[in-house]
Ligand binder design. Structure first.
Ligand code: ADP
Length: 161
């Protein structure tokens, strides 16, 4: 069984994340979407909310499992018996950071390989932070996030504003 880990903060999950996940789900028997408990960012979502949204958004993907983790991602990958980690590469701006992360993780656990997948062109400049900014300004989000995230903003965030 070839199982891969797709780690991130998913703060919130976007159509770009789902594009990468969908590609990975076709390449591996099972993909674990690993949601980091700590975001280190000014977030609209706590861990439970991020997990619920990831679960709802991946409902129709039978070989995708959503789990949370804390601590080193390579330790979690090893615990879940994943020798492959997936990361998404967007524009050049991702490259330095993703490369240093991959090389650091390789140093920590040489048996775990990081592979990069490139999203469809329309998601190349989509990020969770962009979504959070758009949501603050109440912009339409249909082209950027899956329906559960839109419902969450409409029901939990916008009414308070
Ligand atoms: P992190 O906070 O660890 O960077 P994210 O949840 O922001 O986690 O992203 C997880 C992974 O998905 C990262 O490799 C990131 O580059 C990638 N990613 C995020 N948005 C997109 C997108 N629109 N297209 C492709 N990959 C993406």
């Amino acid at each position: 069984m070839h199982r891969a880990l797709y780690p991130g903060t998913f703060d919130p999950i976007t159509l770009g994340h789902l594009d990468i996940l969908n590609k990975a789900a076709h390449m591996f028997d099972e993909v674990i979407l690993a949601v980091a408990d700590y975001t280190g960012k000014d977030s609209n979502f706590n861990l439970e909310e991020r997990l619920n949204l990831c679960n709802e958004a991946t409902n129709g993907m039978p070989n995708v499992k959503v789990m949370s983790f804390s601590g080193l991602v390579v330790d979690f990958a090893q615990k879940m018996e994943c020798n492959t980690m997936i990361r998404g590469l967007r524009a050049v701006s991702d490259f330095e950071y993703e490369l240093s992360l991959a090389l650091t993780n390789k140093k920590l656990k040489p048996q775990i390989e990081t592979i990069f997948l490139v999203p469809s062109l329309k998601y190349m400049y989509l990020s969770s932070s962009m979504v959070r900014q758009l949501a603050d300004l109440k912009a339409p989000l249909t082209d950027f996030v899956p329906p559960p995230v839109i419902r969450f903003y409409e029901q939990k965030i916008y009414p308070k504003a």
